[in-house]
Design a protein around this ligand. Structure first.
Ligand code: HEC
Ligand code: HEC
Length: 303
């Protein structure tokens, strides 16, 4: 069993919101509306939805600070450069959770990063990745979230430094760095490879920590998965195909490590990665673990 560090998996995400102010208040680009999805004809399944919540880390973040807390009840603090975020209660409680929400509110929060009143969410909520979710996965997630017991109690208000508090500024950030839209498979590749890419780029948001970010906290997609260690914020190592191979990883090592928490060199994953495995990837199916490994061992060059 892996030891759990205190820092949550969602820990030190970089949000250089101070810098966004410059562009943020000036620009009033509304992101998102480009994307009108059609959910009609889809029906959700809570079992599938809880699986998607494991793929997507919803359970990793939206938990109580104490281990025994109810699922989705929130309250976990996320420390970051911006200050401390507290993860909200997303149980169906009518006042303290999202019991008053419609499915459309829920889908819009995931795919456009907007609350029911149209205010921007901070991108510490990984909607820049969840916008790639399939409509079926969103419908399933909704049913799962709705099926959990309503838990009373709101998370404390975020304690953010002055410049990071401004939700309006996030609009400018989104105008530059948020690219809404569903995942598009590459038809020249296999179904397994596309599934792996979907997982990495969508629900599992591997790039949140493994892709370097610029000074404004946007991911530098020309250096996808090259690691953020030396850059502000992102803190996962380089996991490009080249580096994994050079470091002695095989595809089998990667998928096994996401189940067991043990890396190719025999050490246990530490820090945020240990939490990603503990609350997320160790519950994945063998097929999904194989798919994500297949993708990471055959990444397109700087797509
Ligand atoms: C890295 C941590 C993290 C992960 C992973 C995460 N969330 Fe969140 N989520 C947050 C934070 C922090 C907020 C509050 C954002 C804000 O205040 O702008 C939030 C906000 C939300 C909200 C809005 C709640 C409200 O009261 O306005 C919903 C709904 C939500 N998340 C659902 C999900 C779902 C579903 C998943 C999985 C697909 C998920 N989240 C994964 C951290 C996370
Ligand atoms: C919340 C941040 C975060 C997310 C999301 C994340 N990682 Fe990591 N990852 C880390 C950190 C931090 C480390 C370093 C762990 C250590 O040093 O023990 C790491 C280490 C790794 C390593 C070991 C690399 C090496 O050679 O040392 C691999 C492989 C890896 N992650 C793959 C993934 C994959 C695949 C995903 C998506 C399913 C993912 N990570 C998502 C933060 C993250």
């Amino acid at each position: 069993m892996i030891a759990l560090p205190r820092m949550p998996a969602c820990g030190r995400l970089p949000l250089a919101l101070a810098a966004f102010l410059a562009v943020g208040l000036a620009a009033s680009q509304e992101s998102g509306d480009s994307q009108k999805r059609d959910y009609s004809g889809l029906s959700g399944d809570s079992g599938r939805g809880f699986y998607v919540a494991r793929l997507a880390g919803c359970i990793t973040c939206h938990r109580a600070p104490d281990e025994g807390g109810s699922v989705f009840s929130g309250g976990l603090p996320i420390e970051s450069r911006a200050g401390t975020y507290f993860v909200p209660n997303i149980t169906p409680h009518p006042e303290d959770g999202i019991g008053g929400w419609t499915f459309e509110d829920f889908a819009r929060s995931l795919t456009e990063g907007l609350d029911p009143q149209g205010n921007h969410y901070f991108p510490v909520y990984p909607y820049p990745f969840y916008t790639r979710l399939s409509s079926q996965d969103i419908v399933d997630l909704w049913v799962a979230v709705q099926s959990t017991p309503a838990v009373a109690g709101r998370a404390p208000k975020h304690k953010l430094k002055l410049f990071y508090r401004m939700r309006g500024a996030v609009g400018g950030w989104k105008g530059r760095f948020f690219d809404p839209g569903e995942f598009e498979p590459d038809t020249s590749r296999s179904e397994q490879w596309n599934r792996g890419r979907y997982l990495a780029e969508g629900p599992a948001h591997c790039g949140a920590c493994h892709t370097p970010r610029g000074s404004m906290g946007g991911r530098d997609l020309s250096r996808r998965y090259q690691g953020g260690v030396e850059k502000v914020g992102a803190n996962g190592p380089d996991i490009t195909t080249e580096t994994l191979v050079a470091d002695g990883w095989t595809e089998g090592d990667l998928s096994w490590s996401l189940r067991s928490g043990i890396m190719a060199n025999g050490d246990a994953y530490g820090g945020e990665m240990a939490e990603i495995v503990h609350h997320g990837t160790r519950y994945w199916s063998n097929e999904d673990l194989a798919a994500i490994a297949a993708y990471f061992f055959d990444q397109p060059a700087n797509e």
